[in-house]
Design a protein around this ligand. Structure first.
Ligand code: SF4
Ligand code: ZN
Length: 304
């Protein structure tokens, strides 16, 4: 079988959705073109934006940085990066080192924000507490707070995350199955919050399957952190991911059709279910919050 596009006999992938066989160069080009198409279609970037990339050193964030950098070299946008150190021994440091090497290779301004310095506690220390609620709940909340802080400190106009097609479809199904209409209103390629202090978030890789991002970094010979977090447990998200991957074998367009279906009803979901949060501030840290304390501060109180 030869490459459907250029005839090269060395093919590296059969694309699930289109059925095309592609060689390395045509595959790399197809990924980059598709991301650029998403950026244009969803109007994710404006000329003059300063985009903060949440860089973990993993395949998704490194790919996001690599492709957004093509807009930076054409002087359409500027880029900066934040690297979050959750404080996970024997895991996080390797990712941080890789993330730093990418930022320095591309000459991109970056900052490292650690949970220890900002909240006085590491994720490992939280996990030693008898009353903890599971690593990922804390990790997600604290990381979000730190990324928002970094965006303000570095004067970023957008925050780019590495969410891929699988992540987005899992989130759509999880929230639907759990009846979480509030979270359903927050998905999409671009999310804005009512609070001015929250920078617009964009997901340029939203239409790229996870498997193809893995192949992209290998094909481009990009250094990435492939190890998985020691706290990654069997979660509801994991179960949904398994079901989707099983379905995908017999129905290779199922992830795209789920995404397209959500995009069609998103406006109606937002109109009907978007809550107007009272514009309050956390009494402790001053971050915008719907309650007396923001989620990060209320977690810290509970952990005392
Ligand atoms: Fe954080 Fe690890 Fe959970 Fe990911 S798997 S959210 S890095 S604790
Ligand atoms: Zn707070």
């Amino acid at each position: 079988m030869n490459c459907t596009k250029c005839g090269n006999p060395k093919i590296i992938i059969k694309k699930e959705q289109s059925g095309q066989y592609l060689c390395k160069d045509c595959f790399i080009e197809s990924i980059e073109k598709k991301v650029i198409k998403t950026i244009k279609k969803e109007k994710l970037l404006d000329k003059g934006d300063k985009v903060l990339v949440a860089l973990s050193g993993g395949k998704d964030s490194v790919t996001t940085l690599e492709i957004l950098n093509t807009f930076r070299t054409r002087r359409i946008i500027d880029i900066c990066a934040v690297i979050i150190d959750e404080g996970i021994d024997n895991y996080r440091q390797d990712g941080i080192d890789i993330a730093v090497r990418h930022a320095e290779r591309l000459g991109i301004e970056y900052m490292i924000f650690s949970m220890k310095e900002n909240f006085g506690i590491t994720l490992d220390e939280i996990m030693e507490k008898p009353n903890h609620k599971g690593s990922c709940s804390y990790c997600g909340v604290f990381r979000r707070t730190l990324i928002n802080r970094a965006a303000r400190e570095m004067n970023a106009t957008k925050i780019a995350t590495g969410h891929n097609l699988d992540d987005e479809v899992q989130a759509i199904l999880m929230n639907y199955l759990e009846g979480n209409t509030d979270n359903l209103t927050k998905l999409g390629a671009k999310t804005e919050s009512d609070a001015e202090e929250f920078t617009v978030k964009i997901k340029p890789l939203r239409e790229i399957p996870e498997r193809e991002i893995g192949l992209y970094v290998v094909a481009k010979e990009l250094e990435v952190h492939f190890a998985s977090c020691p706290y990654a447990q069997q979660s509801f998200r994991g179960e949904i991911s398994e079901i989707l991957n099983q379905l995908n074998q017999a129905h290779p367009t199922i992830k795209y059709s789920t995404l397209r279906g959500y995009d069609k009803i998103k406006k109606a979901v937002k109109n009907d279910f978007k809550k107007d949060y009272p514009k309050k501030r956390c009494e402790k840290c001053g971050e915008p919050s719907a309650n007396r304390l923001c989620k990060a501060c209320s977690f810290l109180e509970e952990l005392k």
